[in-house]
Design a protein around this ligand. Structure first.
Ligand code: 13P
Length: 262
């Protein structure tokens, strides 16, 4: 079964509100004819409202880069699911390696965030991936399994169907050193096997597994050619309009162009 491709731009801590409006307009114009692929952009919190308004009428979704597991209360600096609903986010990236490493997020906290995200009908994008040291010491699969198991504790198979998993090897993020399509496929097929063992074949075939780490216009096609790579979570190349547009276009073997409506 082939899953619908999904390309997500993680803008990280880049782009002011005026810059967001400009970039979203460029992406909107560049992709208005492209069909057969789901696309989302995840600007910083302060730009979500402007991005949401600018995306009006476009078939591009909005996502957040993190979310609090609590709904409201004394949580200084945190952003609640209700606030993300306000600005019409569909996706929320959870457990990004930068959140884990720099902000000390644990698998347990990520698990609580995923439960909350599902309760509020978001599509959580759960990030997993090993460091260079873990790969070199041949622990990559063990580390990803631990992240997978703990972050998804307590979720039913029907919940899992709505989760997107992003495999982002830490050594490939922002380094220009992309995992080879074979390395990506090896981990993606392993993750799909874990899904199958735990939640059954039907669910495992429905979950989209994205690759993230130095995705560029010139490497996306070979990654997407692998049967378990269903899309990409793009960092640096998603904050340049032209390169993001090219990544989305090159992700499809033959981009379906819808008739232009005027
Ligand atoms: P780069 O595409 O800049 O390597 O970042 C990947 C990433 O962290 C996406 O979440």
């Amino acid at each position: 079964m082939k899953r619908r491709p999904l390309i997500v731009g993680n803008w990280k801590m880049y782009k002011s509100i005026p810059e967001t409006i400009t970039l979203v307009n460029v992406i909107k114009a560049g992709l208005y004819k492209v069909a057969g692929v789901d696309v989302a952009v995840c600007p910083p919190f302060t730009s979500l409202k402007a991005a949401s308004e600018t995306l009006e009428g476009a078939k591009i979704d909005l996502g957040a880069q993190d979310m609090c597991s609590e709904v409201e209360g004394a949580f200084t600096g945190a952003i609640s699911p209700l606030m993300l609903k306000d600005v019409r986010c569909r996706y929320v990236i959870l457990g990004h390696s930068e959140r884990r490493k720099i902000f000390g997020e644990t698998n347990g906290e990520i698990n609580r965030k995923i439960s909350t995200a599902l309760r509020f009908s978001f599509v959580p994008i759960l990030c997993v991936g090993e460091t260079l040291e873990e790969r070199e010491s041949k622990r990559a699969f063990e580390v990803v399994k631990e992240q997978f198991d703990t972050c998804l504790i307590g979720l039913a198979a029907s919940d899992i169907e709505r989760v997107v998993i992003a495999y982002e090897p830490v050594w490939a993020i922002g380094t220009g050193r992309t995992a080879t399509p074979e390395q990506a496929e090896q981990m993606h097929s392993y993750i799909r096997r874990l899904l199958k063992e735990k939640y059954g074949e039907v669910v495992s075939e429905r979950v989209r597994i994205l690759y993230g780490g130095s995705v560029k216009p010139d490497n996306i096609a070979l990654l997407m050619a692998k049967s378990n790579v269903d899309g990409a979570l793009v960092g640096g190349a998603s904050i340049k309009g032209e390169s993001f547009i090219q990544i989305v276009t090159n992700a499809l073997p033959e981009p379906l162009l819808e008739p232009v409506r005027r």
